[in-house]
Design a protein around this ligand. Structure first.
Ligand SMILES: Cc1cc2nc3c(=O)[nH]c(=O)nc-3n(C[C@H](O)[C@H](O)[C@H](O)COP(=O)(O)OP(=O)(O)OC[C@H]3O[C@@H](n4cnc5c(N)ncnc54)[C@H](O)[C@@H]3O)c2cc1C
Length: 355
């Protein structure tokens, strides 16, 4: 597991040259008041990397964490800091015909006690969702359940959550994290799903290996959540650039939907990209796959217009609902996916701090 951690550190390491570039970017952002939306988009990649770099700076994340909930900008993407707030938000979504997937934010715990605490909180989430009769499930992150400490511990905690959910007639889903965790996540997913049969797994379209992984999972008849992938991965592991990732995403969508016609998968197409959503809908129609044999998934607060369109089209729509006090890294990832979101944060700060 030490090896896991050192590879992970290499993945997020920022060297001096990058750091200098980011300082210049910061200066440009702060001084160049004329940054219009188009210029902003022209610098997308640099900004995206800059936000990744910022998210590794404790001082910055602490400052954002202090202000985020107070000024409300974090609430756009995070349902609240407590389970009660997340359940209230979920209840509203379910009343509007959505399913939800609750996620307690946080990653990479460093002690067994912390992993067991997270496990207890996932069990509590499952019980509460069941008691409130909310449609959907919980999404778990394996590094929150001690994957850095011990694969056995993480597997045992995951199994205990899946078993309790199964007793209640409910499902769970597993997020996919950085590529250093892919093998271990697949192993734990396979062994848990084999035993309980109620698990879904996120699979990242940008990884070269993903088509083979999807084929490997077919015998388990799983729910597969197809995502583009949210981490920075090198070219030997992942395709680079939006056109290539999109092409892979479309190809894998078709593969999953074709598999669904033979009962091999329950595909969950998780994207806010209208082209990916349209592709899934038209491929499902071409294949004669009924709308209850696959679903669309989107994240809380993102592309709410597209979420409504999916419901209007009669698709099952599951909304990923994150909550918790440790929301900053997640929030920074949402900013990096769409740097225009930074304007929304800045506007909220300026408007609300001057009122
Ligand atoms: C339900 C769900 C679960 C996920 N689980 C995982 C996981 O387990 N592991 C993982 O690696 N990744 C996960 N992701 C994130 C995913 O990998 C992508 O990083 C993210 O969804 C952005 O890709 P996209 O498909 O939405 O398309 P993009 O090509 O990134 O964006 C297409 C369009 O979507 C809109 N959009 C996208 N992101 C935002 C945003 N943050 N704010 C506002 N608008 C936005 C914009 O209009 C943009 O033009 C998940 C995504 C979803 C929807």
């Amino acid at each position: 597991m030490c090896e896991l951690r050192s590879v992970k550190e290499r993945q997020v390491r920022i060297d001096g040259a990058e750091s200098a570039t980011y300082s210049l970017t910061a200066a440009a952002l702060l001084c160049g008041g004329g940054f219009g939306a188009n210029r902003w988009f022209g610098h997308d990649m640099l900004i995206r990397n800059f936000i990744f770099w910022l998210s590794s700076k404790r001082g910055v994340t602490n400052a954002i964490a202090r202000r985020g909930m107070k000024y409300g900008f974090a609430r756009r993407f995070v349902a609240g800091e407590t389970l009660a707030e997340a359940l209230t938000a979920s209840d509203e979504l379910c009343r509007a015909g959505r399913h939800v997937s609750l996620n307690h934010l946080g990653e990479n715990v460093t002690t067994e006690a912390a992993a067991r605490e997270v496990c207890a909180s996932y069990l509590e989430m499952t019980e509460q969702m069941h008691a409130k009769n909310l449609a959907g499930n919980i999404s778990i992150k394996l590094t929150q359940l001690g994957l850095d400490l011990s694969k056995e511990l993480c597997g045992a905690l995951t199994l205990s959550i899946a078993k309790r959910a199964a007793e209640l007639g409910r499902t769970i889903e597993m997020d996919m994290e950085g590529s250093v965790y892919t093998d271990a996540t697949l192993d734990i997913f396979e062994s848990t799903q084999r035993e309980t049969g109620n698990c879904g797994l996120a699979i990242q379209a940008y990884l070269h290996r993903t088509e083979k992984d999807i084929q490997r999972l077919a015998p388990l008849r799983p729910k597969i959540r197809l995502v583009k992938g949210a981490y920075r991965e090198p070219a030997n592991i992942a395709v680079q650039g939006k056109p290539a990732v999109d092409a892979n995403y479309r190809k894998l969508t078709t593969l999953l939907l074709e598999g669904a016609t033979r009962g091999l998968y329950f595909p969950a197409i998780a994207s806010h990209d209208p082209f990916m959503v349209t592709h899934a809908q038209s491929e499902a129609a071409r294949l004669g796959l009924p709308k209850d044999k696959y679903e669309l998934q989107m994240i809380y607060g993102i592309r709410r217009d597209l979420q409504q369109q999916a419901r209007d089209a009669g698709n099952i729509l599951q909304v990923y609902v994150p909550f918790g006090t440790d929301w900053c890294p997640y929030f920074m990832r949402r900013l990096s996916e769409r740097p225009a979101n930074c304007w929304f944060v800045l506007r909220s700060l300026v408007a609300e701090s001057s009122s």
